[in-house]
Write a new protein. Structure first.
Length: 354
């Protein structure tokens, strides 16, 4: 994305229409076959593509409309999980119950479908090993296969590396690892709720997992996304990023995408310590704020970030995916208008700073 100033991208998900949410959940419950569900999704996803193109984005996804969630997709495509065993975060998650086995593509078919229908850049999104271990390891159900969370995380690495090659072959321009847990570690209330005592160990473990997954990957841009987690326009944690910046400096990735539009991120001052050799994915639209920002407001936010990070290193995107899970009630028109405003801001920035 270095051939254009202030390129625009999405984090991954778009809000799903009600009938799409029903379709995905009916597929999960076995009320409709996967084949029949795919036929209907094949008809719907061109709408997600057209919406992003019309908004003016340089890089798009399929809206993650085929997935129940950004992380559960791993359990849907990798053997070794049993659904709805782990009440993580109030929404039932799968739990690992037997050794993992890669048996079908996780995101490659999503990418191939989009690649054949757009001339824009295409992004593939995958959950990181750390978030998989955090969300889908259970002390009662997982120990026989993976005695610790760490062992489950490490088992995910070769599977994700294989999938990165698959999405590259399918035509993806960028592969993004989603890792919200690194961001939520900044919140002491969240750490207490989750029983996390050694924060530095967790940060280092997360960084190691990302590096093991991405080291040696070539021929595709790499990115990592962090966020404060959200559901129904509310964030799940809050706090500035100062605590995790040393861990970010250790991560060998092309771009780090972070929330900076939301007030819960504590402002842009932490960018003073952003890793110097990494591109900044700047969250400049607050997906949890129902009001649609104006292009002028977004321009001001980006120019404030430019006090810390050079313009040639800044990529614009919303703070997070608009609906990381099918259960998350968000508005599609609202998402479109926010993306449209962001792309208009990017055009103004290019004209002003070229």
């Amino acid at each position: 994305m270095s051939d254009v100033l202030f390129p625009t991208t999405v984090i991954g998900s778009l809000p799903r229409l009600a009938w799409l949410r029903d379709l995905i959940l009916d597929r999960k419950d076995g009320k409709i076959s996967e084949r029949d569900a795919d036929e209907r999704l094949d008809q719907a996803i061109p709408l997600a593509i057209a919406l992003q193109e019309r908004a003016g984005l340089d890089e798009i996804t399929d809206g993650e409309w085929r997935r129940e969630s950004y992380v559960k997709v791993f359990a849907e495509r990798v053997r070794g999980f049993q659904k709805d065993l782990n009440p993580s975060g109030g929404i039932p998650y799968p739990a690992a119950v037997s050794p993992l086995e890669y048996y079908r593509p996780i995101a490659a078919e999503e990418v191939r479908f989009v690649r054949g229908r757009t001339d824009r850049r295409v992004k593939a999104t995958l959950p990181s090993p750390y978030i998989i271990g955090r969300r889908m390891w259970h002390p009662d159900y997982s120990r026989s296969a993976y005695p610790t969370r760490e062992k489950l995380m490490r088992a995910c690495v070769p599977i994700l590396r294989r999938e990165i090659e698959a999405v590259k072959d399918a035509g993806a321009d960028t592969v993004q690892l989603d890792e919200p847990w690194l961001s939520v570690l900044v919140d002491p209330k969240f750490r207490k709720k989750e029983g996390i005592e050694d924060t530095h160990y967790e940060m280092d473990l997360c960084a190691d997992m990302v590096n093991e997954t991405l080291d040696g990957v070539t021929g595709i841009d790499t990115a990592m996304h962090l966020c404060h987690a959200h559901f129904d326009h509310r964030h799940g944690s809050e706090g500035p990023y100062d605590l995790i910046l040393p861990a970010l400096a250790r991560i060998r990735v092309g771009m780090i995408c972070m929330e900076y539009a939301t007030p819960v991120a504590g402002g842009l001052h932490s960018l003073a310590h952003f890793p110097p050799g990494t591109r900044l994915g700047l969250g400049c639209v607050d997906h949890c704020e129902r009001r649609v920002e104006t292009p002028d407001e977004i321009v001001t936010r980006v120019e404030e970030a430019m006090k810390y990070v050079g313009r040639e290193r800044i990529v614009l995107h919303p703070d997070c995916g608009f609906a990381p899970s099918v259960q998350n009630p968000m508005d599609l028109d609202e998402a479109y208008l926010k993306l449209k405003a962001m792309c208009a801001a990017a055009s103004r920035l290019r004209a002003k700073h070229a």
